[in-house]
Design a binder for this molecule. Structure first.
Ligand code: GLU
Length: 254
């Protein structure tokens, strides 16, 4: 059995009007259901999008951390409602798990989280994980759940971690300002030069940017998990990655 963690970032769940992008949520859910239907795979979803949902309902700009936390508190059930609806249509139930980094560092809580995820997987329920934004702000401040996705992948000893955002992968230069920037298909080591270049690459409304993704991807790869950063707006991206098609940037496990 292959365990796959898919991380869906804020950028690919947000429309140009800064509302929840239900079309993309539907197409991603459809792909994930196809994977989970196979007896070969178990799939865990780490999804952002709570803040963007709550922001829309409360009609606030979310400038401060408490405002983001409040928006997440309102938005999380709405986000899960949409996931639940789309996964139900594909024959799946979903289970919500809200985690924090310090909780995952506590051996007892970590064991409980693992037990819950494994039990859900055994029952073919899709675990949907987010940071517990009411009590923690790690991923709101930096990361947009990239680090959390890495921790979850390590916890369940995943074979594959897919970090989806609205960029095709890691480029040699920021692609928005350099027409000769090239997509890096495979990465083993992150050089300090590349990290410096990536610091100036910003993408969308999420808080992570490409830098937080490559840090999370490198960490996961170093613990033996093949990790791919790819564009979650491409309609067959999850299936393409599973079929080893040359998409995104792959961090090879070491
Ligand atoms: N947990 C946050 C959410 O669901 C992550 C998004 C962010 O950090 O911007 O919205």
């Amino acid at each position: 059995m292959n365990r796959i963690v898919v991380k869906v970032g804020t950028n690919i769940l947000t429309t140009a009007n800064r509302e929840l992008d239900l079309n993309n949520l539907r197409q991603l859910t459809h792909q994930m259901a196809q994977v989970a239907q196979s007896t070969e795979y178990e799939l865990v979803l780490v999804s952002s999008g709570a803040i963007i949902c709550g922001r829309q309902v409360l009609n606030i700009t979310c400038q401060s951390i408490p405002e983001k936390q409040a928006a997440a508190s309102v938005g999380q059930p709405l986000l899960l409602k949409e996931y639940s609806l789309f996964f139900n249509q594909q024959g799946f139930h979903v289970g919500q798990i809200l985690l924090t980094q310090d909780g995952l560092e506590n051996p007892e809580r970590k064991a409980h989280a693992l037990d819950t995820i494994q039990t859900l997987l055994a029952k073919k329920v899709i675990p949907i994980i987010n940071e517990n934004d009411s009590v923690a702000t790690d991923e709101i401040q930096f990361g947009d759940n990239d680090q959390l996705a890495c921790q979850v992948a390590q916890l369940i000893q995943a074979d594959l971690l897919i970090l989806l955002s609205d960029i095709d992968g890691v480029y040699t230069q920021p692609p928005s300002t350099n027409s000769d920037a090239e997509l890096i298909s495979t990465l083993k080591e992150l050089s300090p030069e590349l990290l410096t270049t990536l610091s100036s690459t910003s993408i969308g409304p999420g808080t992570g940017g490409i830098k937080s993704k490559v840090i999370a991807a490198e960490k996961a790869a170093k613990s033996g998990i093949r990790t791919v950063i790819a564009n979650g707006r491409s309609s067959s991206i999850i299936l393409d990655i599973i079929q080893n098609k040359p998409v995104g940037t792959t961090f090879l496990p070491s």
